[in-house]
Design a protein around this ligand. Structure first.
Ligand SMILES: Cc1ncc(COP(=O)(O)O)c(C=O)c1O
Length: 438
């Protein structure tokens, strides 16, 4: 029996009881359950890095506005499908203030999180043109979006961008686009799970090719303004959140409130459709929708099919936070900067103890510190590493489920780790390194 920080026999037994064919291939929720059980049995707290839930409190501004709205009686009333006017106005202002892109309020459609936004987007983009029925993921990425496509019976292709940064991106993207079946390109920026942030040159490449090949870009901004290397917190002032919208008309954005506003539980985000794309007519849409106009099909066809609007009170909460951000009275970026600070310290603890950061550069610049980072340990596969780390009280997920080819790597999420756990992390990783060196 090995002497490990978490009693070896308990971990082993719980793994066996879980009946998982492989711990290393477990889904996030399966891993959460397993670690919960080990914690319960041993009474020892893990350094939990498997789940991407916000670890910070939301702003009181949103909560107060929601309570107010509920007191006014919105709960009994269906919200407008296209969103309450106050929210649409603040979204359009927000896009101008923090991304420097002009968009009509019409194209700002609240969604039940970016999750619903992606589902609605897939329902429309894959039907604009009968010959274009496939989404191209610039991976690694958020696994649930592929699950959505599988559920819809739709096609996708994917490649890991690790070896195709900078100038290499153009040829790689073109190799897919020239086949003529790609309806849309999807990526998150900053990226879940790797935290790479595309450079302006890369965004320009994506935008130009989207125009050339008449493909739509779905820009998933789930981690809006969280590249903390730049100060993206000042409304109306450069630097702005980088976007492909500077380089093509064919874009729609998904902006989530979950992480940037710590509002995951209230399930609200927004889809933002470019003015050009909103009005564009695609005759093939008529196969599924009453209108061939992209925006109309999106709103009254797709979004409406998924939910009769977004929670009424939450729309007011989100509107109030956006308004305060737009007015410069609420610095939403400052309130989540803690993630970056924690990542910096945690990455150091890992690298000092024999680990390597897998995705480590944005072309010639070291990666930003943010919500996630990626790690590997020499000589171990990702699957082995997840299982081994469990004996040392550390949990993370495998990059293999994210479309990454770096199967030696794990994704670590900083949000649930408290600063007072850093010393535990250090002690445990030191032990891990002593036990696994050579
Ligand atoms: C890249 C990415 N897109 C979308 C989502 C979903 O966001 P929401 O909570 O707004 O549905 C997440 C959540 O983790 C994510 O990481």
């Amino acid at each position: 029996m090995k002497n490990t920080p978490i009693p070896f026999e308990v971990v082993k037994q719980k793994i066996q009881e879980s009946k998982l064919p492989s711990v290393g291939k477990a889904s996030i929720r399966e891993l959460v359950k397993l670690v919960n059980e080990i914690e319960k049995e041993t009474g020892i707290k893990y350094v939990r890095m498997e789940m991407g839930v916000p670890g910070l409190e939301p702003s009181q501004i949103g909560i107060d506005a929601e309570i107010e709205a509920l007191k006014r009686g919105v709960a009994s009333k269906y919200p407008m499908i296209d969103g309450v006017p106050e929210l649409k106005k603040e979204i359009a202002r927000f896009v101008k203030n923090f991304i420097n892109i002009d968009v009509d309020e019409q194209g700002c459609i609240p969604t039940v999180g970016s999750m619903q936004g992606a589902m609605a987007a897939f329902l429309v983009v894959n039907r604009c043109n009968a010959t274009k029925d496939t989404i191209l993921f610039i991976d690694p990425g958020f696994p649930v979006q592929k699950q959505q496509l599988r559920v819809l019976g739709m096609n996708y292709e994917t490649f890991d961008v690790y070896n195709f940064r900078g100038d290499k991106l153009r040829d790689k993207l073109e190799s897919y686009l020239k086949k003529g079946n790609i309806s849309a390109i999807l990526y998150s920026n900053p990226n879940n799970p790797s935290w790479i942030c595309f450079t302006e040159k890369e965004l320009q490449t994506i935008g130009e090719l989207a125009t050339t090949y008449d493909t739509i870009v779905i820009e998933d901004l789930a981690y809006f303004a969280m590249d903390f290397r730049k100060d993206l917190s000042k409304p109306g002032q450069s630097p702005f959140q980088p976007t492909v919208a500077n380089y093509t008309q064919n874009w729609l954005m998904l902006i989530s409130s979950s992480k940037a506003f710590s509002y995951a539980g209230q399930r609200i985000g927004t889809m933002v459709i470019s003015n050009g794309l909103y009005k564009r007519r695609y005759p093939d849409l008529k196969r599924y929708f009453t209108s061939d106009e992209f925006g109309y099909a999106m709103l009254y066809g797709a979004v409406y099919s998924l939910s009769s609007g977004v929670c009424h009170s939450t729309q007011y909460g989100f509107a109030a936070m956006l308004k305060a951000a737009n007015d410069g009275t609420f610095n939403f970026v400052e309130s989540v900067r803690e993630y970056g600070e924690k990542a910096r310290i945690m990455k150091k603890i890992f690298t000092e103890n024999g680990f390597t950061i897998v995705y480590d550069m944005d072309e010639d610049k070291p990666l930003a510190d943010g919500f996630y980072f990626t790690i590997s340990y020499p000589g171990l596969t990702g699957e082995q590493l997840i299982e081994e780390l469990l004996y040392y009280g550390v949990s993370a997920i495998s990059l293999a489920i994210t479309g990454s080819e770096r199967t030696e790597g794990l994704r670590a999420c900083v949000s649930q780790v408290q600063r007072n756990q850093f010393s535990d992390l250090e002690v445990r990783l030191k032990r891990f390194n002593q036990d696994h060196r050579n």
